[in-house]
Write a protein that binds this ligand. Structure first.
Ligand code: FAD
Length: 384
């Protein structure tokens, strides 16, 4: 049995690992010649870590994961602590740690784990067709590939999504812009073992430790879509948006390198059903594109891969196995997308009264409420 996998992101590489575990041959096709992941880092929550372990890639996280042992919210203007707590109870409850990692390093290590030479780069899927004998992918360079089935992990702008649904789906602007990057850890900004967030006025500034003494930082600002983007003004733009914010935030802005800072208008896609048409299945952002507000998009791609592998372990009937994948994933990914959307609205001040109530809640938070929410999301994954 042979699978065609489209996309060599977290979704494509984890799908390849999962199918390989079931003895299925995989050919991986990736559009770009050189991978340039959007986003500087990514937090793989405990559900994603369990999936990476299951797929035989746990060592990657051991090597790349940052020491995120505590979590804290501070008021943005004064840096007054709203809440601070240990993540140990979360790890004890769900049985695995969260792991913030450099995205470029994760991506590179996942590809290397599969075999860089086995990924066909510069192959952009243009169209898909299928019949009772299998699936044919046609690439923009005019070449084709044939397999028994296709796993389309071609990301948020997926071509295959349109094929599966029979119509184009527009992405939805979530109402805020995210700047992110990496800086050397500076404890005058925040402790080196803590996920620290400064919040006020529907804006958010976050630093999270990753390996090699680096903070993954991001700034969220509610803004209209389509404002001009210019690297030369990043520092001034952030200084303006965070005018009057506390000293650690100013220090972080001064430390960032505009050349390596990403600016992303955050989008999601309305959850849909099905994820599968016959022998073609959508996986990762192709099947469920979410805002990053609960840090679960990449984790959900890893979950997809684990479930895909389990469905093929249970049945060699291709369409049956893909249907099993569809049925096992549709509700879970819808739940994650909608949960992230709700979190996005509260965090970014879409209803100022609701956001103020959340700030008040944070001041009374002992950690129990936040850990309970995180743990519910994590334990809803396929590996518990
Ligand atoms: P992608 O990473 O987009 O990979 C798709 C691949 O397919 C790409 O390599 C692309 O080049 C290729 N491709 C595209 N079109 C074609 C084509 N036509 N033919 C062939 N190849 C094609 N998730 C988390 O779990 N935790 C986080 O903390 C987190 N933080 C985030 C922060 C930000 C700012 C953003 C934007 C996202 C964040 N996410 C996070 C979400 C996460 O990045 C995505 O869910 C994840 O990268 C999806 O992986 P994927 O492989 O499905 O898609």
């Amino acid at each position: 049995m042979k699978a065609i996998i489209i996309g060599a992101g977290i979704g494509g590489m984890s799908a390849a690992a999962a199918l390989d575990q079931q003895g299925i041959d995989c050919e991986v096709f990736e559009a770009v010649k050189e991978m340039k992941p959007v986003g500087a880092a990514i937090s793989i929550w405990s559900n994603g870590v369990k999936c990476m372990n299951h797929l035989g890639m746990g060592k990657i996280l051991d090597d790349l994961g940052g020491p995120m042992h505590n979590m804290a919210y501070l008021e943005g203007f004064s840096a007054a602590q709203m809440t601070r707590f240990s993540l140990k109870p979360l790890v004890a409850e769900v049985g695995e740690r969260p792991c913030p990692v450099s995205r470029a390093d994760l991506q590179a290590r996942m590809i290397d784990c599969w075999g860089r030479g086995k990924v066909q780069f510069g192959k952009r899927l243009e169209c898909v067709s299928q019949d009772e004998n299998g699936v044919t992918a046609t690439f923009t360079d005019g070449t084709t590939a044939h397999g028994d089935f296709m796993i389309a992990a071609d990301g948020a702008h997926s071509i295959a999504r349109e094929y599966v649904l029979g119509h184009k789906v527009e992405r939805r602007y979530a109402g805020y812009v995210n700047w992110n990057g990496l800086v050397e850890i500076d404890e005058a900004i925040a402790p080196a073992d803590q996920w620290t967030m400064f919040v006020a006025d529907g804006k958010r500034v976050s630093v999270m430790p990753i390996a090699d003494n680096r903070f993954y930082f991001f700034f969220d600002v509610p803004l209209p879509k389509g404002l001009p983007e210019d690297r030369s003004t990043v520092i001034n733009d952030l200084k303006g948006y965070f005018d009057g914010w506390a000293e650690p935030v100013q220090r972080l802005i001064d430390a960032i390198n505009p050349e390596t800072t990403n600016r992303i208008e955050i989008h999601d896609v309305e959850p849909f059903n099905p994820l599968v048409k016959g022998r073609v299945a959508l996986l990762g952002d192709a099947g469920h594109s979410t805002t990053p507000d609960i840090g679960q998009g990449g984790c959900a791609a890893l979950e997809d891969a684990v479930v895909l592998g389990k469905c093929f372990a249970a049945s060699c009937d291709i369409e049956g196995a893909l249907q099993c994948y569809n049925n096992s994933r549709v509700e879970r990914v819808k739940d994650l997308v909608l949960k992230a959307r709700k979190r996005c609205e509260v965090t970014h001040g879409f209803d100022p009264v609701e956001t103020q109530a959340w700030y008040d809640e944070l001041r009374a938070e002992t950690g129990v409420g936040i850990i309970s929410g995180l743990s519910k999301t994590i334990l809803g994954g396929p590996l518990g």
